[in-house]
Design a protein around this ligand. Structure first.
Ligand SMILES: NC(=O)c1ccc[n+]([C@@H]2O[C@H](COP(=O)([O-])OP(=O)(O)OC[C@H]3O[C@@H](n4cnc5c(N)ncnc54)[C@H](O)[C@@H]3O)[C@@H](O)[C@H]2O)c1
Length: 343
């Protein structure tokens, strides 16, 4: 039987590149679409180093209908799409909301139209726990009510989820699954791929590693007067390879011959909540390096605490987490050291 073929948009980016590796290792063929707006293409070398495969790569925008249609025409049958390509900086989305609506929502609509035109009817979408807003009850499950949306970025994710849900009750054959990521972090254990944004990182773990290596003089912990164990915000950090693996499980499930669910969604989190200070402390203990940081005021838009109930993903996808918080901070640091040696 020929290997099934998956288009991965944003496959040169952080989570996309890790997922491409897992897909290839699980026996899929992969085609990458990426416009390199937040990556430089170097992940393609890392993917080759790990898997031995040269992955077909189209440097195009997911919102460019002609270009995406051309990919479908050139590549022949496509069994499914995993759509990572999006802008993701929460703060930037507050400043430039239209940039986010245009890229994130238009890109999704365009891909769906192209997929339907080419009889591809399995679609996996990257969403975010930011759609839960400030949750009343923790952990949050897929059935938890959605709180107040705090940023245009989060709203683009919710809009995309709604589009997919609407599509599932239309007369197309499209079946979609939404994966809501908590806080992906860490790097591939091979140290061949990791997080290499071309736009300034704003997530905690890369900010810690960039400070520890000296790219930043210090970083700010936004608020230590929250009602949490040590006053800092709580998040659910999940290793990027565990996230990637969940995509393989989800797409396999969607491609099984008896799959009938038009729309579904899953939380991808570790079910552990860690404070900002706990992550810094884990980084210091595991790597023996102490980054400079200061305590600053609370940051607008930050939710106090969120972590996942991941039982649905475990039970229905058969997802088992391989990595711990210590693995996250160790692999992230190894990757930062490698990146700094390259420059
Ligand atoms: N990293 C996180 O913390 C996190 C958390 C929740 C959800 N997500 C979502 O996961 C997905 C992947 O995130 P990531 O961390 O890998 O981000 P990333 O920026 O590393 O990767 C995204 C990739 O998509 C590309 N891209 C962006 N817009 C494009 C477009 N219009 N056409 C083609 N390529 C385009 C970028 O060049 C980049 O390579 C995004 O949808 C993001 O919103 C990420």
């Amino acid at each position: 039987m020929p290997r099934q073929k998956i288009i991965v948009t944003g496959g040169c980016g952080y989570i996309g590149s890790h997922t491409v590796v897992e897909l290839i290792q699980a026996g899929f063929r992969v085609v990458i679409i990426d416009n390199l707006s937040n990556s430089d293409g170097s992940a393609l070398e890392g993917i080759k180093a790990i898997t031995g495969e040269d992955v077909p790569f189209y440097m195009i925008d997911s919102g460019d209908k002609n270009a995406v249609s051309e990919v479908f025409s050139q590549e022949g049958r496509i069994d499914g799409i995993i759509h990572f390509a999006a802008y993701k900086a929460v703060n930037e989305s507050v400043e430039f909301p239209l940039k986010y609506y245009s890229n994130n929502v238009k890109g999704l609509i365009n891909l769906l139209e192209c997929a339907i035109d080419h009889d591809c009817n399995r679609f996996l979408f990257s969403s975010s726990c930011s759609v839960y807003g400030d949750a009343d009850k923790l952990p949050v499950s897929e059935l938890s009510p959605l709180g107040e949306i705090r940023s245009p970025y989060a709203r683009t994710k919710l809009m995309c989820e709604d589009i997919l849900r609407d599509l599932s009750s239309s007369d197309t054959q499209m079946k979609s699954v939404v994966l809501r990521y908590f806080n992906p972090a860490g790097a591939h254990p091979s140290n061949e791929i990791g997080e290499s944004p071309t736009i300034n990182a704003s997530n905690l773990v890369p900010v810690i590693t960039e400070t520890a290596i000296g790219k930043r003089p210090e970083f700010t912990v936004f608020g230590n007067d929250y009602d949490t164990r040590d006053g800092t915000c709580i998040r659910d950090y999940i290793h990027v390879s565990d996230i990637a693996n969940a995509h393989v499980l989800a797409i396999k499930k969607m491609l099984s011959h008896d799959y009938a669910q038009p729309f579904d969604l899953y939380n991808l989190g570790s079910a552990r909540g860690n404070t900002v200070l706990e992550v810094i402390s884990a980084f210091e203990q595991v790597n023996g390096v102490s980054p400079n940081y200061i305590i600053g005021p609370r940051r607008a838009g930050d939710v106090i605490a969120v972590y996942a109930d991941n039982s649905k993903s475990k039970n229905q996808l058969g997802w088992n987490l391989k990595y711990t918080l210590d693995d996250i901070v160790r692999t992230a640091w190894q990757w930062e050291l490698k990146r700094s040696r390259k420059k």
